[in-house]
Design a protein. Structure first.
Ligand code: SF4
Length: 475
């Protein structure tokens, strides 16, 4: 992907998308604030969430081994995947072993992270999304965004997409939302009843019991988890919590922060397999893919506390204007900017640009239910990006400018000379009291800002010319 700023251009120029995002994020903020205000102990809950996740991450090795034991005892099979390629290989092998040619998906973030769709397609297996928003997105290029009708295409556009690509969509389909949902339900029901394999993500894994927990609003998750004969869960290792009682905290924090609900409509928990009930085979793929590297970073590791509620997206002024696409396909919004460079490194221009896709206003840290100080992580990562470029054979223009500034500001004479010349130069560029465009690379800065012409004389020189008495008697 290109740098964040380049990737965001299309979204910034799309007024319909921006209107939709504004409306969806405003509604999300109001719902979250209302749901949090209902609880007197909201701050205590946040603090408990932070503490549980921190403790879980510090004892990750112990908890994961306990989890593996419990899942295995309950009839499941645990696979460890150090990276995306290994996870793809494991899941593809498991699906092929079933002989199925189609796979259902629910909570697809982890599957998206490992690029599962393309890997399965390469061996002739088709994946089917089951979340309504994902079904719509899968039928056409639609803007990403928080769940909410305003961030998605209008009903007329959805009807067009359904008529073109949704199996069994009736030709007389209207754009009434109830009709559209009914068409998706009919198409998915057929798939639920015939599918042999499902791949799911999870929200939490309970180490002491080996229990998987999945929260969703549409009921599609429950169908995926119970009807197919083989269930494969792909889970980031950071989703483990030590004990069942820890869920008490997160099952309050997550729905209120996510959709402003008191509880999530469908909370599914399962432990291994139960003969005669649900899947006959359960596989758990524990995905590292950069997480242990992030865990080793004292500041950056806080991002692994994330419980995926999206509250930080709704309050972010950058996300509200760009939507999710410029952040990349997996982790979006402020937490995406803090997590992706840690998981993927900062070598690519896109990943290196993410920590800068923020105003550092701090709204994300204020709202986060597990108190992740995202701005602190972003500043830390900015330092890492700068550091990674320091020893390049050809320094970046930014680094050259910073070195020049350091040299100039390091000496009073040099600074004053630069100030005089810079003021003269800037006044030559100005028209009508305003500089319309700075030359060269600096032009990118002035393209998006009003730049007033500087006064003929800076305060510093004016002050130096004043008689000493007027300056308070000091020389
Ligand atoms: S970082 Fe964002 S998505 Fe993650 S828990 Fe905090 S507010 Fe929710």
């Amino acid at each position: 992907m290109p740098k964040f700023a380049t990737a965001a251009r299309d979204a910034l120029a799309d007024t319909r998308l921006r209107r939709g995002l504004r409306s969806a994020t405003e509604a999300g903020r109001a719902r979250q604030a209302g749901a949090a205000a209902e609880l007197d102990d909201w701050e205590a809950l946040r603090e408990a969430g932070r503490a549980i996740k921190d403790a879980a991450l510090l004892g990750l090795d112990v908890h994961l081994e306990e989890l593996e034991r419990a899942v295995t005892e309950a009839g499941g099979t645990v696979h460890w995947a150090a990276g995306a390629a290994e996870a793809r290989r494991v899941v593809t092998g498991l699906v092929r072993a079933t002989g199925e040619t189609g796979v259902l998906k629910v909570k697809p973030a982890a599957a998206r992270e490992i690029g599962l769709d393309a890997a399965l397609a390469a061996v002739g297996v088709t994946t089917h999304e089951t979340d309504l928003a994902e079904v719509i997105a899968g039928l056409g290029a639609v803007p990403d965004g928080p769940d909410g009708p305003d961030a998605h295409p209008d009903p007329a556009r959805i009807r067009e997409l359904f008529l073109r690509g949704l199996p069994g969509a009736p030709p007389d389909l209207t754009d009434d939302p109830a009709d559209l949902v009914a068409a998706v339900r009919a198409a998915l029901r057929e798939r639920f009843l015939t599918a042999g394999v499902a791949v799911c993500g999870v929200d939490f894994m309970v180490a002491e019991t080996g229990t998987m927990v999945l929260l969703e609003s549409e009921g599609n998750g429950r169908m995926c988890l119970t009807l197919p004969g083989t269930l494969i869960a792909v889970a980031g290792i950071e989703t483990v919590v030590p004990s069942w009682t820890d869920l008490e905290v997160f099952l309050q924090l997550l729905p209120r922060s996510s959709a402003g609900e008191r509880m999530t409509p469908a909370v599914s928990t399962w432990t291994g397999i139960t003969p005669g009930d649900g899947p006959r085979a359960f596989h758990l793929v524990l995905l590292d893919n950069g997480r242990t590297k992030a865990l080793a970073d004292e500041i950056g590791r806080a991002a692994l506390r994330c419980i995926g509620c999206s509250a930080c997206l709704n309050v972010c002024p950058v996300y509200e204007r760009t939507g999710g696409v410029p952040y990349g396909p997996v982790h979006q919004g402020p937490i995406g900017a803090a997590l992706t460079p840690q998981l993927r490194g900062v070598k690519s221009a896109h990943h290196a640009s993410l920590p800068f896709a923020s105003t550092l206003c701090g709204a994300c840290a204020d709202v986060c239910p597990v108190k992740i100080d995202i701005p602190e992580i972003l500043v830390h990562l900015r330092g890492r990006v700068v550091e990674s470029r320091r020893h390049r054979p050809v320094p970046s223009p930014e680094l050259l400018m910073m070195r020049g500034a350091a040299w100039t500001l390091g000496d009073r004479r040099r600074y004053e000379t630069a100030l005089r010349r810079g003021t003269r130069w800037a006044r030559l560029l100005s028209r009508g009291g305003r500089i319309r465009r700075l030359p060269g690379l600096l032009g990118t800065w002035s393209d998006a800002r009003d730049l007033p012409a500087p006064p003929a004389e800076s305060f510093r020189f004016w002050w130096a010319r004043r008689p000493s008495r007027a300056r308070g008697g000091r020389p």
